[in-house]
Ligand binder design. Structure first.
Ligand code: GLA
Length: 383
């Protein structure tokens, strides 16, 4: 953060009035369960987006991205116009969403620097929304809970950008806890508990480098399938509101009433919710092998049921399966490309990462980005 503050001060000849930091996240288990009001295990990562600002007079905002050197401009009088192509859309969207909640946007000059890989499935956009939201509301002394700030970030995606994403990304960025996996309930929107990653193990993140663009993907149609399935099931099981309320046995009993596709999508979500609860129990017992196995099962279900994997993700998980050092691996996030997470012993992590990277290159010709992830704290104001 100090580096960004220095760069900002030098570039704008002004000292920032507030500095906020928000991390990216990993979805550890519980794929596409958030918008079905289900359960997720996730964590915030050490890679963060830093956002600093100083207020200015008038209505014109300037944001300098110190990662790529671009400078973005927008006017507070036009917050409602079409989202621009550059990253300022997340900031404009956040101001819009906060305004709906009673916040009065003010003009500022801002600097940002992100270390969260872009478009990989680690929620770089949520990190920017959260960092910006935290900075402006803190500066203006605007009272807002962390859960509501997360909802505002989700609102940017849903209302401004047209992506029907759930709350997971912003929520994890805000509620993450150092060295911990958090288990969250997306019906009550709360953290149910935290689990230390078993001592001596790390997540190695391997980016397939296949671009993850939710807009172009089938994310929204997956959500629609889930909601359609939930409607059919609600007619059979009164009181069931979303797929979270359906047990695996109930789903099997209702198979004939669903289309083939709806049944597959619902199977994924229902089983994922179940796996998250199982995983929390295994983690509590320190059963790291059993936990890893559930990661592999989750990926299998993505292939078979949710059809949100990709050939590249499958190669990475297959390499993981055949490597003695890996206890479990799966795609993480929306899918259709992006990253895989691999549960590996600390002592093996860096060799493992290099071996998978080189095998992946042999198989695909793609240079994967790999990093060993530390589990970080949620978003905060610095200083
Ligand atoms: C994306 C979305 C999240 C969640 C995951 C899948 O990351 O932004 O809300 O639905 O996909 O679990």
């Amino acid at each position: 953060m100090q580096q960004l503050i220095d760069k900002f001060t030098k570039y704008f000849k002004a000292v920032p009035a507030v500095a906020a930091q928000a991390p990216g996240r990993l979805e550890v288990l519980g794929n596409h369960t958030d918008y079905n009001e289900g359960f997720v295990l996730s964590c915030a990562v050490g890679q963060t987006t830093n956002f600093v600002l100083t207020p200015v007079c008038g209505t014109k905002c300037t944001v300098k991205d110190f990662r790529d050197g671009t400078e973005m401009h927008f006017d507070l009088s036009a917050l409602d116009s079409k989202p621009p192509k550059n990253g300022s859309k997340y900031i404009i969207g956040m101001l819009n969403e906060l305004r709906k909640r009673g916040f009065q946007p003010f003009a500022f000059t801002a600097g940002l620097e992100s270390h969260v890989p872009l478009s990989a499935g680690m929620s770089s956009s949520a990190a920017l929304e959260v960092a910006c939201g935290l900075a402006v509301t803190t500066y203006a002394d605007f009272p807002i809970s962390k859960a509501e700030l997360a909802r505002a970030g989700q609102g940017v995606e849903n209302n401004f950008l047209g992506l029907k994403t759930g709350l997971l990304d912003q929520f994890s960025s805000l509620f993450g806890k150092k060295d911990s996996i958090i288990m969250s309930d997306f019906r009550t929107v709360e953290v149910l508990g935290t689990h230390a990653l078993p001592a001596g193990y790390s997540f190695v993140v391997i980016n397939s480098m296949k671009k993850h663009t939710l807009v172009d993907s089938d994310y929204n149609s997956r959500r629609e399938d889930c909601e359609n399935a939930a409607r059919v099931l609600a007619a059979i099981y009164p009181g069931a509101k979303t797929l979270r309320d359906i047990s695996p046995a109930e789903l099997t009993a209702a198979k004939e009433k669903l289309s083939g596709r709806e049944f597959l999508r619902a199977s994924h979500v229902v089983q994922e919710c179940f796996r998250v609860k199982q995983a929390a129990e295994l983690l509590a017992k320190g059963d790291v092998k059993g936990f890893g196995q559930l990661l592999f099962e989750s990926h299998d279900s993505s292939i078979r049921n949710f059809e949100n994997s990709s050939p590249e993700l499958d190669i990475l998980v297959e390499l993981a399966r055949h490597h003695h050092a890996c206890l479990g691996a799966r795609l993480s996030g929306g899918g259709f490309g992006g990253i895989t997470i691999h549960l590996v012993k600390d002592s093996d992590a860096s060799d493992y990462a290099q071996q998978i990277r080189s095998e992946y290159f042999k198989r695909t010709g793609i240079e994967a980005e790999v990093f060993i992830c530390s589990l970080g704290d949620g978003a905060k104001i610095i200083g």
